[in-house]
Design a protein. Sequence first.
Length: 333
Amino acid sequence: MDLLEGIKLKAKRHNKRIVLPEGLEERTLKAADEIIREGIAQIILLGNPDAIKAAAEKFNLTSIINASIVDPADHERKGLYIDLMVELRKHKGLTAEEAAMLIEDPLYLGTLMIKNGDADGEVAGAMNATGDVLRPAFQYVKTLPGISVVSGAFIMILKDSGFGENGIIVFADCAVHPDPTDKELAEIAVATANTTRAIAGFEPRVAMLSFSTKGSARHELVDKVVNATRMAREMAPGLKIDGDLQADAAIVASIGAKKAPGSAIAGKANVLIFPSLDAGNIAYKLVQRLAGAEAVGPVLQGMAAPINDLSRGCSVSDIINLVAITANQAAGL
Ligand code: ACO
């Protein structure tokens, strides 16, 4: 069975409640209809109920009737969520009036539902920018204990099964944190190892990438990667990790053996941690376009509950896949 089919099957077993704030968006509605029909997750759509029902009829989506629909303008928990928002953000000076306006924004409502235990996870971004999806999540759901930074991993399914884990390599951070410190980079490595076990389903061998292999170049950017590798080992004893490694030394056995003899990771890495968002975002897009790899994600990691961001160019099946991944994350937390 392929990776995505396995993820969907696991999601069906857990039957988690996933909130879709963009409840009137066409691809989102079509995805919701299929998710409900296949039993991948319970779906909560945010939006005006009459408008959602009219759109479902227009697109001939017969399973939407089984979604829960919450109207951001008018629902029974509005006052409760406003109080919760003020309580959680009083140190930032948030007033009840400001909270009353924000809670009508579906992206805020979705995160407050999760915070209050009324939903298990969220998928959004088919019509909203990454920052707009992430900001409410950062403010109200926050990070897991021991993690200060959220990051985004891609599961890259390659055409050449000779690389990584039978052709699968997990890349991070490709989506969120522009310029991590050494400690943040270590956290990203540990979080990505957890995502690899939970979602990709194999034991991680983590390469901390650089333009240097084992000190072949001297620069403060290399020091950052070396320090991050040491810190990640302290944070997760037993984690199979090595760095600094250049990309070729990380994934090509003959080059790994030459440049980093004795390394347990060089030449056989199945997780690549990039030193900055520039590097990670550019790398995943190049591998996707030039090598024809399938890029599954970004899977956001490090958050206290799973919230995942779609590309605005996403397809219906991208949304279904990300909902299934989100449900798997919710089951693992
Ligand atoms: N992890 C956890 N919390 C964070 C993070 C993070 N990575 N970044 C910011 N925060 C928190 C802050 O601590 C702050 O919390 P507080 O309000 O409780 O103090 C809150 O989020 C807002 O922080 P700002 O610094 O004001 O964050 P801002 O909204 O300016 O930016 C954002 C955050 C939107 C994620 C920014 O880092 C960003 O734009 N990143 C790049 C996203 C992107 O464009 N990615 C590429 C496209 S995605 C793709 O191609 C797949």
